[in-house]
Design a protein around this ligand. Structure first.
Ligand SMILES: Cc1cc2nc3c(=O)[nH]c(=O)nc-3n(C[C@H](O)[C@H](O)[C@H](O)COP(=O)(O)OP(=O)(O)OC[C@H]3O[C@@H](n4cnc5c(N)ncnc54)[C@H](O)[C@@H]3O)c2cc1C
Length: 370
């Protein structure tokens, strides 16, 4: 059998989720020759199509963390991007509701949000009853900047602009190995048309595949590869009418933001995601989890009709911390961390990665310029 062909590209982005596409578009618009390699049949079928599609305000993350900075910067950039391209987006706002005993947590969340440059309004029980009929809470926070977005439409727009700038997406092209060479990197691409690809720059934006990809990279220092953990979150859709026109969240739980109510752009309600630590990505939704959902939601919305909860879909968070460990930030590792020129690894890009995608792209472009 003949040896696989060897191709060349200036910059390769591995992974065509919202983050990989945003990065590729940015680099192509800066004049680089960019190729995006995607293992799947289509773009955006990983984490980017299994989330809440919320444009987050940036309330909870520690100040100066990448999650806080890139969420706030990314949110503003995303609203501007959607408005100028007429992409579907709605700043519907979000409420964080707390029982009497949890009201102190709201004060702490508001303080944290303020440190992140995000203003929230704290309202009492009476105001909750007025503004959120049917919701029972001792107090609530209102985040007017939170919104909802159509993530697929966003990715389609990013892909279109990538192609307009001369970039290219190749699907069914899993990268199964990378070798560091003296003059760049050699990527082994499997799939339908196995080949080698020589490149000067590589961005590892493979989502759940980012740690595995770094692990099959000859020349990548092992101590710079984090341990990957997975936290599944399942969603239940809520059939029929409901009284909500903004998002409603409980106070956060370890590993996630708590089972919340989100709306899609057509106004359909869904609840989720919960947090379940799993050993491998597995997208099954156990209908029996509806019981725990009912218990959690009816604490703040007693009128919930459990019969209208239907198993919907699951997403997997790429976690850099375990169940009993505290906050872990995004890792956007440039040459300064691992010593490989022209390489950026993105690890742990869980929420708010969709909101932050355009800001992450700016940061990666900056790291590659340095
Ligand atoms: C349950 C859940 C809810 C969330 N809710 C929100 C939210 O409301 N708002 C928000 O801002 N963020 C949210 N997020 C986070 C957000 O969805 C992610 O941060 C974002 O989608 C990550 O995009 P990505 O491009 O890094 O990853 P992905 O979309 O997973 O893209 C990575 C791509 O890489 C490909 N790939 C993997 N390995 C290889 C390889 N070796 N070769 C080639 N291709 C490869 C995969 O097939 C995949 O298409 C949520 C996440 C989860 C899990």
């Amino acid at each position: 059998m003949a040896d696989p062909e060897i191709y060349q590209a200036q910059t390769v982005v591995v992974g065509a989720g919202v983050v990989g596409l945003a990065i590729a578009r940015k680099l192509a618009q800066q004049g680089q020759e960019v190729l995006v390699l995607e293992a799947g049949d289509r773009f955006g079928e990983g984490i980017s199509s299994r989330n809440s599609e919320v444009v987050h305000g940036g309330l909870y993350y520690p100040e100066h963390s990448l999650k806080a900075l890139l969420c706030v910067e990314g949110r503003q950039a995303l609203y501007d991007y959607c408005h100028t391209r007429r992409l579907p987006v709605r700043k519907c706002g979000k409420w964080v509701v707390a029982g009497e005993a949890e009201a102190g947590q709201l004060v702490r969340i508001r303080e944290q949000a303020q440190k992140n440059g995000v203003e929230l309004e704290l309202v009492d029980k009476k105001a909750v009853a007025r503004k959120l009929p049917g919701v029972v809470a001792g107090a609530a926070l209102h985040s007017p900047e939170t919104g909802i977005i159509d993530s697929h439409a966003l990715m389609l727009a990013l892909l279109g602009e990538l192609e307009d700038a001369g970039g290219q997406l190749i699907c069914r092209a899993p990268v199964v190995g990378i070798v560091t060479e003296t003059d760049g990197y050699r990527l082994e691409v499997a799939g339908e048309s196995p080949c080698w690809l020589k490149t000067e720059q590589v961005v590892n934006s493979a989502g759940l595949g980012a740690v595995p990809l770094a692990s099959c990279w000859k020349g990548m220092p092992e101590q710079q590869i984090p341990r990957q953990r997975y936290a599944r979150g399942v969603y239940f859709s809520y059939g029929g009418k409901h009284p909500f026109d903004s998002l409603v969240y409980p106070v956060p739980e370890p590993g996630g933001l708590g089972i919340h109510l989100t709306l899609d752009l057509a106004g359909q309600a869904r609840f989720g995601p919960d947090v379940e630590w799993v050993d491998t990505p597995d997208y099954r939704v156990d209908p029996a989890r509806a019981q725990a959902f009912t218990g959690s939601i009816s604490r703040w919305w007693p009128a919930l009709d459990p019969a209208r909860l239907q198993p919907a879909y699951a997403g997997i968070r790429p976690k850099l911390h375990g169940p009993n460990e505290s906050f872990a930030d995004f890792r956007i590792d440039g040459p300064e961390s691992h010593g490989l020129p022209g390489v950026v690894h993105l690890f742990g890009i869980e929420s708010p990665g969709l909101t932050a995608s355009l800001a992450i792209a700016n940061r990666v472009a900056g790291l590659l310029r340095e």
